[in-house]
Design a protein around this ligand. Structure first.
Ligand SMILES: *Cc1c(COP(=O)(O)O)cnc(C)c1O
Length: 414
């Protein structure tokens, strides 16, 4: 992970810059790749580098003032051991299902610092969160009313923040989650009326959740979204039942996946957030600002590793058929919401004298099972390890693992 020294690197540099030992073999933490794979129990596997996650958090901490809390969005990678590791590094967790809530609680994060977002929260999820005492990022009046009813019945006042469907979108986010009609959050226009209802309910109002979009590599749209979000909250200042405890400003910090994707220049974004948090200390004393990041914290710390089963030449093109594929890494195959399929950064585990251009495919009986399309790599033979970088987020949990009935993928935190 090259975060600290070259903030504007290109995705194409990722594979070249990853550390290798004197034999040219990729390193994972302090271990050669083949040893790390052995430790994981074999291929295919996801390997997550603990130290790389620590470095990423330290880099963010150095840029974020101490007025801003750093949360991890578990959706990006819910592996329990990884979540446990992060519980000691970040200030809070954001969950988006009852199961993720269980992982967050088991990892030992303080309930005060766990929040639960997501549309259509079900009765059992609301009950579970209420019993635990976590903060709900409420997405509709229906959720608010259900929580009020449960709070009355149990005698515990649910902690609630309003998730707002912002009246703008974060331009350049590849997944837009606000602006226009959305299933997420409460439309900003309806927030004043909802605040009025909330004031009459037995609920503990704690703030706002303002998430504009995901996978953004441009600083300026992120800064604009933060400014607009902040202004919106301030426009409601006189309607609030109490001073908010938290303004969750979202995140959306992207990482470079495809050739020509340039890493986000974080400094202007954090400078702006720091300025806003200073302003918040004056405008709403007692309120804290938080950001919630998923892939930015863990995406670059993960490798997806498979083994070449067969080299096959078909009408002049070379195919490496590996033991992993789209059923375990849907995003790398280009089928996880991407409009255009572009290769992730990839390489062979070991360097060889010769290079060649190949297609890397998995064992599934579908042409969608493509991990790399026409890439130049070190010449591979059966048994060699093939690596997909930038694979620490939206990997195993975001893939259709039952498709074609192959065994599940292993995971290890190294
Ligand atoms: C998905 C999601 C995140 C994490 O997004 P990343 O792009 O992984 O940072 C954060 N917050 C909410 C509300 C989300 O839905």
């Amino acid at each position: 992970m090259m975060t600290t020294n070259s903030p504007q690197y290109d995705a194409a540099e990722v594979a070249r810059a990853w550390p290798r030992n004197e034999n040219g073999e990729l390193m994972v933490g302090s271990m050669p790749l083949s040893q790390a794979v052995g430790r994981a129990g074999g291929t295919p596997c996801y390997l997550y580098d603990r130290a790389a996650i620590e470095r990423r958090v330290a880099y963010l901490r150095a840029l974020l003032g101490n007025r801003i809390d750093l949360h991890y969005a578990i959706k990006a990678n819910p592996m329990p051991a990884l979540v446990c590791h992060l519980s000691r590094l970040v200030d809070g967790f954001d969950v988006a299902s009852g199961q993720e809530l269980g992982v967050a609680l088991d990892a030992g994060m303080a309930v005060a610092d766990i929040s639960f977002a997501g549309p259509g929260k079900q009765e059992a999820e609301l009950m579970r969160g209420l019993a635990a005492g976590i903060l709900f990022n409420v997405e509709s009046l229906r959720e608010l009313q259900a929580l009020a009813t449960m709070s009355e019945a149990t005698g515990y006042a649910a902690r609630v923040a309003l998730r707002v469907n912002l009246p703008f979108e974060a331009k350049s986010s590849s997944m837009k989650m606000s602006g226009g009609p959305r299933q997420f959050g409460i439309d900003a226009e309806q927030v004043p009326a909802v605040l009025k209802e909330l004031a009459a309910m037995e609920l503990r109002f704690e703030g706002f959740h303002l998430f504009a979009g995901s996978q953004n590599l441009k600083a300026q749209p992120l800064i604009e979204a933060q400014s607009l979000s902040y202004g919106l909250v301030m426009s409601w200042a006189d309607l609030l039942p109490r001073t908010p405890r938290i303004l969750n400003m979202g995140g959306g910090f992207g990482i470079p996946y495809a050739p020509n994707d340039k890493a986000l220049d974080l400094v202007p974004v954090t400078d702006h957030l720091n300025a806003l948090s200073e302003k918040l200390a004056r405008d709403m004393p007692g309120a804290r600002m938080a950001i919630e990041l998923g892939r930015y914290l863990v995406g670059e710390a993960g490798l997806y590793v498979s083994r070449v089963i067969e080299r096959k030449v078909s009408r002049g093109q070379t195919f490496l058929i590996v033991d992993g594929g789209m059923h375990q890494h849907l995003a790398a195959s280009g089928n996880f919401g991407q409009v255009i399929r572009r290769n992730y950064p990839v390489s062979m585990g070991c360097l060889r004298k010769e290079q060649e251009t190949v297609n890397v495919v998995g064992p599934l009986c579908t042409p969608l099972d493509l991990l790399a399309d026409g890439v130049e790599m070190d010449r591979a033979t059966a048994g060699d390890l093939f690596v997909v970088f930038q694979s620490g987020a939206y990997g195993r949990s975001a893939s259709p693992r039952d498709f074609l009935g192959h065994p599940d993928v292993r995971e290890a935190l190294i």
